[in-house]
Design a protein around this ligand. Structure first.
Ligand SMILES: C[S@@+](CC[C@H](N)C(=O)[O-])C[C@H]1O[C@@H](n2cnc3c(N)ncnc32)[C@H](O)[C@@H]1O
Length: 317
């Protein structure tokens, strides 16, 4: 299958519509912070013929696929192997300190999910890996073998919002004393055996633990927390940012950072707002926008998506 066949970009039309006004200038630079297989990138390059696109991904395999797909755009495309909080590296590739548009389409790609051997899925037996970047060192197997019961409990609570975190952590510790947990099927067995029959779950019992492990392996939330402010700081006036989040933990981080930057810092009761108190950004959508029925019908992966977008109003010296 080609990259275009494997993956339909999520909320593509809405993303083009929201970022479009920022990309009309002839020197426009768009940073696609989560290039994946280059679906969004290709559409932007086609729609805006003067656009330069900097595409980042931590997954070398995704970069290779997107690189081949986007080769026909020549030097309008610059690819960077980086984690997206390495923003100075991004700006160096962009050859500018300020960019016109930024897209974050968070999480794992369909390529990563569909490659069984990468171990992201609880429904397919595979080694417990879960690295988005196969060249990094921390794997889910390592976490399950080395982390203390307390640490496991914490990540299941914090990153999986798993109520049964203490129970699962203690069963994992007990199991690993007999045999190492190497595969997703072994982990799923432990979780199913530890889940009381009376507990009603939304979805598979292992879903939240797998999410937690993936977040820990890739340090997803800590990286996002650093990346969004750095990205927003690099926008020109009238530049725009769109973020697509797939789970509430990510969306909460984006919401908080967007809210802080779009609020006036004027002390309550001041009769007029001084320039130094004016908000730096305005929000382009109210709250978090969900995918419409049409979008979900063509692309089921859009179902959990929450979209947020903001525009830069001013730059303070
Ligand atoms: C949902 S996919 C993006 C799909 C893309 N928009 C497309 O149309 O093909 C997310 C991509 O972001 C990458 N990614 C996730 N977190 C990252 C991070 N912290 N730094 C860099 N890339 C990251 C993943 O490796 C994955 O390829």
């Amino acid at each position: 299958m080609t990259a275009a066949e494997i993956h339909t970009p999520v909320n593509l039309a809405r993303t083009l519509e929201l970022l479009g006004p920022a990309l009309l200038r002839p020197d426009a630079v768009l940073v696609d912070a989560t290039l994946g297989m280059g679906g969004h990138a290709q559409a932007f390059l086609e729609r805006f013929p003067d656009l330069t696109l900097v595409g980042i991904d931590r997954d070398p395999e995704a970069l290779a696929i997107a690189g081949a797909r986007l080769a026909r755009f020549g030097d309008r495309v610059r690819l960077v192997h980086a984690v997206y909080d390495e923003w100075p590296k991004v700006l160096a590739a962009a050859e500018t300190q300020s960019v016109s548009g930024i897209l974050f389409d968070l999480g794992v790609s369909s390529l990563q999910l569909d490659q069984v051997e990468r171990g992201f899925s609880y429904s397919k037996d595979a080694p417990l890996d879960m690295r988005m970047d196969g060249t990094s060192s921390l794997t889910a197997r390592h976490i399950l073998a080395e982390y203390s019961e307390l640490e496991l409990r914490r990540i299941f609570y914090e990153y999986g919002e798993e109520k049964l975190a203490p129970r699962y952590a203690s069963k994992i510790i007990a199991r690993r004393e007999h045999e190492p947990l190497e595969t997703s099927a072994q982990l799923v067995d432990v979780i199913i055996a530890a889940t009381p029959a009376a507990v009603q779950r939304a979805g598979h019992p292992a879903k939240r633990v797998f999410q937690a492990l993936r977040i820990e392996v890739n340090q997803e939330l800590a990286v996002l927390e650093r990346a969004i402010p750095a990205a927003m700081d690099s926008l020109v006036v009238a530049g725009r940012i769109v973020v697509l989040s797939y789970q509430s933990l990510e969306d909460r981080i984006v919401k908080r950072i967007f809210a802080a930057r779009s609020a006036s810092t004027a002390p309550a009761g001041l009769p007029i707002e001084l320039a130094e108190h004016r908000p730096l950004f305005s929000l382009l959508v109210r709250g978090a926008e969900l995918a419409g029925e049409d979008e979900k019908a063509i692309n089921p992966r859009a179902t959990p998506v929450r979209l947020r977008a903001a525009e830069r109003l001013l730059v303070r010296a």
